[in-house]
Design a protein. Structure first.
Length: 254
């Protein structure tokens, strides 16, 4: 559906100044319909229609197109992200990257997997220490405005879609992702995939991350990486003395 509509739908600006297309709305409506038939007692959190149902129940967490700006501007790094969480834990994740011909998926306790063409590969994330100049860390826009990277030699990347960042981490292209002022639907599916591949997730202050079923943004920077790599980054990173943050409603890095 997304590929069929690509280049044929107009992007408009929402109240939060991010873009939306008819493809976003149509895909979310389709997924809500199909998933509610599969699990009628589950709740649902989607980017376009918000939260419905009991947030304490198992919850589908959907971003119909993560990277809508990329999608609208003909940049091929956009994803369809379908996750599920329960009791603060990601229990399922599937991310399709249509223009790359890739689908990644994971279920709690069943490992993480990449399907590309006719081949399926298990995904495993390993530590890479010491940190080096050519190691890549991906983050969304607000991260560089609030975090001091001066003690980290790695190169930074922003591909415009947090779900895609997490697929790149799971594939081993990145050593870490960092997110700030993101929504649960940006990361739920990808975190399940990365956790099943061997990563861990924490807040920058070292606190334990848990999935909170809500429409509001996360205000604490979050990291995901292999265990020892994550600890090395937490030890090396810190807040900027003079934050360059702007109103995140005007710039979510997507």
């Amino acid at each position: 559906m997304a590929l069929e509509m690509h280049g044929r739908v107009r992007a408009v600006q929402k109240a939060d100044h991010t873009l939306v297309t008819q493809a976003d709305r149509s895909i979310e409506a389709f997924l809500r319909d199909k998933l509610s038939q599969l699990a009628p007692d589950w709740s649902f959190l989607g980017e376009e229609e918000g939260l419905s149902g009991d947030p304490k129940a198992p919850c589908w967490v959907i971003d119909p197109i993560d990277g809508t700006t990329n999608y609208a501007k003909d940049i091929p790094l956009w994803c369809i992200s379908v996750g599920a969480v329960f009791d603060g834990i990601p229990i399922f994740g599937m991310i399709a990257v249509p223009e790359m011909g890739e689908t990644l998926w994971a279920a709690r306790g069943q490992g993480a997997w990449l399907i590309r063409g006719q081949q399926t590969h298990r995904l495993l994330i390993s530590d890479h220490l010491p940190l080096e100049q050519e190691d890549l860390i991906a983050s969304n826009t607000t991260v560089e405005r609030v975090i001091d990277f001066s003690n980290v030699p790695c190169r930074l990347r922003n591909f415009g879609a947090l779900a895609y960042h997490l697929t790149a981490l799971a594939r081993g292209s990145l050593i870490s992702i960092i997110a700030h002022y993101h929504k649960l639907y940006d990361v739920a599916a990808g975190l399940c995939i990365c956790l099943e591949a061997g990563a861990v997730v924490r807040y920058l202050d070292g606190g334990q991350w848990r999935a909170q079923v809500k429409t509001a943004s996360e205000t604490r920077p979050m990291l995901c990486a292999a265990p020892q790599t994550l600890q090395a980054l937490i030890d090396a990173l810190g807040p900027k003395i003079k934050s360059e943050a702007i109103d995140p409603a005007h710039d979510l890095g997507d």
